[in-house]
Design a protein around this ligand. Structure first.
Ligand SMILES: Cc1cc2nc3c(=O)[nH]c(=O)nc-3n(C[C@H](O)[C@H](O)[C@H](O)COP(=O)(O)OP(=O)(O)OC[C@H]3O[C@@H](n4cnc5c(N)ncnc54)[C@H](O)[C@@H]3O)c2cc1C
Length: 396
């Protein structure tokens, strides 16, 4: 019999099967590790082969490329279910599958696909997406890492930071500029095996607020030589490669934000039903009940925006940049609000890591920053509404 979720949101049998598979994996295999991984600040790498065995690493990749062809909605449901339990493990997936595997599948040459997709989808090789630099965050076109052609090779020099999976990856998509004066038109993307001489990764120095079980690295490229055939996408076409990757990754982030909200609402509701003060359930105080009601509305609205973006991708084949940005903006801001409310509903019991709400709260902040901050999602949406300034016209 179809679940309540499948009936309410009109999932196909195949989509529901993916959701149930991810839900069981998250509950039975991820949840028991989450608190210790968060405390130790260590990525639970043993989960990668399990994700591969369940097909989660190949889910959205087209069957023509050896993937499962599950579609964007099924893949978003996987991220929602993992996000409900563990933002770091869900973050691994958004990067490895959304930013790396899907980008290679869509924009790689046949040779690049043959070389990397089987290894990425089996989990033998972990992928990372090396875009951000100390001097280039939101302004990705400002990357200073240089790509210089020398015969049939390209030499990469520069520094990246905050790269998720960076210390465990075997493959990095590195963004570099072939012509700093050309801005976004100078950017190129390269598929770089992390064993290449001149490539080094070390952990980020600080202790992060959230996503503590993610592997975040500072990557240094010093005379790192790759063949010219390692370029992903056309010459000077790297900025488009980055944006195409982020379209996929962002949907995973938005879906993860839905998962955080679902977990926080469930925990806060259970607590408000049982915790008694002043002789009554705390949930029966109007202010607490109103908080739960707001959390419920945010969750539903976020989930529908994610489903809408995913269904648009499934129907049209993409891109669905504006729909994805709207979902990411709304769902991640809602996750931060809802996680804050969930901690507060629990009082002091929400303030330590005995319960996962405080971890969700810390992770939710990161969701509003990476793969484009909330401000950048508004920039994307405003540009989509306004179109290009053709210099003509006046309101008077
Ligand atoms: C947990 C985590 C994981 C990450 N993983 C990766 C990864 O795998 N790969 C990778 O390449 N990067 C990764 N990042 C980096 C992330 O993508 C960047 O932090 C993000 O793009 C913002 O860049 P920045 O930190 O340099 O902030 P800045 O760009 O310096 O922004 C500072 C502030 O200015 C605002 N701002 C900037 N430009 C505008 C504008 N045009 N309009 C309005 N406001 C603006 C921003 O919204 C922000 O509030 C990760 C970051 C975190 C925290």
């Amino acid at each position: 019999m179809a679940s309540d979720y499948a009936l309410r949101y009109g999932l196909s049998d195949a989509e529901e099967a993916w959701r149930l598979r991810a839900e069981a994996f998250a509950r039975d295999e991820v949840a028991p590790l989450s608190r210790e991984a968060d405390r130790a600040g260590r990525f639970p790498r043993a989960l990668v082969p399990r994700m591969a065995a369940l097909g989660l690493l190949r889910a959205p990749v087209a069957k023509a490329h050896g993937g499962a062809g599950a579609g964007a909605l099924a893949n978003a449901l996987v991220s929602e279910e993992l996000g409900r339990v563990d933002g770091s493990v869900r973050g691994f997936l958004a990067v490895h599958v959304g930013l790396v595997t899907q980008t290679v599948a869509e924009l790689g040459t046949d040779e690049q696909r043959r070389a990397w997709l089987p290894r990425l989808m089996s989990g033998e090789t972990i992928g990372c997406f090396a875009l951000t630099e100390p001097g280039a965050g939101s302004d990705a076109a400002a990357v200073a890492t240089r790509a210089r052609e020398e015969g049939d090779e390209v030499v990469l020099d520069g520094e990246k930071h905050w790269i998720t999976n960076g210390g465990v990856a075997g493959l990095a998509i590195v963004f570099a500029t072939a012509d700093p004066a050309a801005g976004r038109k100078g950017v190129e993307a390269y598929l770089v095996p992390t064993s290449t001489p001149g490539f080094s990764a070390r952990p980020m120095e600080g202790h992060p607020l959230g996503h503590r079980a993610s592997d975040h690295a500072r990557i240094v490229l010093e005379g790192c030589r790759v063949p010219r055939a390692a370029r992903l996408g056309p010459a000077r076409g790297g900025f488009r490669v980055a944006m195409a990757g982020l379209d996929h990754g962002r949907l995973g982030v938005a879906a993860g934000a839905v998962g955080i909200q679902a977990a926080c609402l469930e925990a806060a509701t259970a607590f408000a039903r049982t915790r008694r003060q002043f002789g009554q359930r705390v949930g029966d105080f109007q202010q607490v009940g109103a908080s739960l009601a707001e959390m419920k509305v945010s969750l539903e609205a976020s989930r529908l925006l994610v489903h809408h973006a995913a269904r648009t991708l499934d129907r049209t084949g993409g891109p669905a940049t504006a729909e994805t940005s709207a979902a990411k903006l709304f769902a991640t801001e809602a996750a931060l609000r809802t996680a804050t409310q969930a901690v507060r509903v629990h009082g002091a019991r929400g303030y330590d890591d005995a319960l996962p709400v405080e971890r969700h709260y810390r992770d939710a902040v990161g969701l509003t920053i990476y793969e484009g901050t909330s401000e950048i999602q508004r920039v994307i949406l405003a540009r989509d509404l306004l179109g290009r300034d053709d210099g003509g016209g006046s309101t008077r």
